[in-house]
Design a binder for this molecule. Structure first.
Ligand code: N01
Length: 501
């Protein structure tokens, strides 16, 4: 195969992060880039998650980019269609379409050290060569069916929450829902209005907190449109409100008890039956798994056509779900709200760096990076939503924006200074990660529950143990002294090795 074009930047993924990176690259005057998107449309997780009730549990004012404010959000917590519209609107406003290559599945990237170039392999097409790569494929991109015995024998309809089948008519059907996480608690209140019956198979009850959603009236929208500073102040208020919650949600502190009191009060207020309350009471610290923000879930569970099943699932049978006590629950359709295949001990695509090192091997016991954005030995490669960049209490978009501004500064430095390599120093990376893992020991995520944040042996490669303010601050400035900086004309490889050691 022949190489078609050399890009300054290959952005892998056209979701929120890829779009944000593209906008900031353009604003920095960098135009020679492509967004390589495996799907047929932009939007990533918000393109894929179209299940009924899909919405964000972070207020839209904050779950958006500060450089692309939207005065027109219809409500506090907007639904997935409106969020997708926001993403598409940004792509149109910043004329990103000419940069997007749809149906472009990247199968691996290899660094050519002599040329200072990444070779990006693409399924069924010529490879792309790029000076820098932004890996923006997102952690929640691959829907995961659980490894339940007999899953292949089930003869009814199977739907995953992240790949909703809009052609399936739930009217009058017996539906089983497996999972009670963030997706399930949004789906179930919708399903109970259509299906004849809904059985909810719960493995672990989560902490449910109230979510007060309000429509945004025309006067407020007009104010935000005509007085942008009012919009930005509202965003700031949401931001600091969420920051204060970190004291009880991120760290396992006496304030975590206060969060739990709010959860218990919601349970007492919404669920009358003491046995059901007991079944729905979590046995882990609030925040350890993602908090579930909903006012509709408990009422939905108590409708006449809905039933909570807490017996463990033994296996799927051709016509339903068999639980451990020997009962078979017949179902016309099973909704798998069972989450995503989140790679914490590998890489989303094969990545080969300097001297042939393979990142999946280095990450086999848990992923790590420098400030979540760069990894030593893999120069000119930048991650969005990389290792230990997950927030438990604030908007992912705040974190993403900080990553994007940092990596655009790094890419700008590579292009402006004509660098062959910007490779983060191993000692800085090790020091950073030792501190991250030390700080994680005091967090709720590491307080003993099982969640998608941790590897099977309990390593937390996912979450950032701090305030969003701290995370943003550490990425505010690109410090070149944290990197081996190799000029394009540095000469032979041997000379470069001498230069970097
Ligand atoms: O997935 P999850 P999700 N047998 O992994 C259960 C984001 N999100 O799609 O808790 C039986 O949280 C599993 O049980 P347990 C958000 O970041 C955001 O709901 O492991 N049950 C759990 O109940 C979130 O964290 C929004 O014991 C099985 C459920 O399935 C992430 O997406 C909205 C099972 C999976 O819960 C994932 O959320 C929605 C099995 N074999 C999602 N396997 C916003 O509002 C799994 N389960 C921004």
């Amino acid at each position: 195969m022949t190489t078609t074009q050399t890009l300054d930047v290959a952005v892998i993924g056209g979701g929120f992060a890829g779009i944000g990176a593209a906008i900031r690259l353009k604003q920095r005057g960098i135009e020679n880039f492509a967004i390589l998107e495996r799907g047929a449309a932009l939007g990533g997780t918000w393109r894929d998650n179209t299940y009924p009730g899909a919405a964000c549990d972070i207020p839209s004012r904050l779950y958006s980019y500060s450089f692309a404010p939207n005065p027109n959000w219809s409500q506090t917590y907007s639904g997935s269609a409106e969020i997708l519209g926001y993403i598409e609107g940004m792509a149109a406003q910043y004329r990103l379409r000419p940069h997007v290559r749809f149906g472009c599945t990247v199968t691996g990237i290899v660094f050519d050290e002599d040329a200072g170039m990444w070779d990006v392999a693409v399924e069924g097409a010529a490879p792309v060569r790029a000076r820098t790569v932004v890996l923006a494929s997102g952690p929640l991109a691959n829907a995961s069916f659980p490894a339940i015995r007999g899953i292949e024998t089930y003869e009814g309809h199977k739907i995953h929450s992240a790949r909703w089948d809009h052609d399936y008519d739930f009217t009058g059907k017996r539906v089983a829902v497996i999972g009670t996480g963030a997706s399930a608690v949004q789906i179930i209140p919708e399903l109970v209005h259509k299906a004849a019956s809904v059985k909810v198979f719960q493995r672990t009850p989560g902490w449910v907190l109230p979510r007060v959603n309000r429509r945004t009236g025309p006067i407020t929208k007009g104010l935000y449109r005509h007085v942008p500073v009012a919009e930005s102040l509202a965003r700031r208020a949401w931001f600091y409100g969420h920051e204060s919650v970190a004291l009880g949600v991120v760290w396992n502190t006496p304030l975590t008890r206060v969060v739990e009191l709010v959860g218990r009060a919601q349970l007492r207020r919404q669920v009358r039956d003491p046995w059901l309350r007991r079944q729905l009471t979590p046995d882990f610290r609030a925040g350890c798994k993602r908090l579930l923000m909903t006012d509709d879930y408990y009422p939905a569970l108590q409708r006449d056509n809905c039933k909570l099943i807490t017996w463990p699932i033994a296996r799927l049978a051709p016509h339903g779900i068999r639980t451990a006590e020997g009962v078979e629950h017949q179902a016309d359709c099973i909704v798998f709200a069972t989450g995503f295949d989140v790679s914490k001990t590998g890489t989303p695509i094969p990545i080969t760096g300097r001297d042939g090192r393979v990142l999946a091997e280095e990450w086999s016991r848990g992923a790590y990076a420098y400030k979540s954005v760069a990894v030593s030995g893999y120069p000119n490669l930048f991650f969005t939503f990389g290792p230990n960049s997950g927030p438990g209490h604030n908007s992912a978009l705040v974190y993403m924006e900080a990553q994007i501004d940092y990596l655009v500064a790094a890419i700008g430095a590579i292009l402006d200074r004509d660098l062959r390599m910007l490779d983060v120093r191993r000692d800085r990376q090790d020091r950073y990660n030792a501190a991250i893992q030390r700080r994680l020991t005091a967090t709720t995520w590491n307080s003993g529950c099982h969640s998608w944040y941790l590897t099977d042996d309990g390593f937390n490669a996912t979450m950032y143990p701090g305030f969003a303010t701290q995370y943003v601050h550490q990425l505010r400035e690109l410090r070149l002294e944290d990197y081996h900086v190799v000029a394009a004309d540095a000469g032979t490889r041997a000379a470069r090795i001498a230069a970097v050691s």
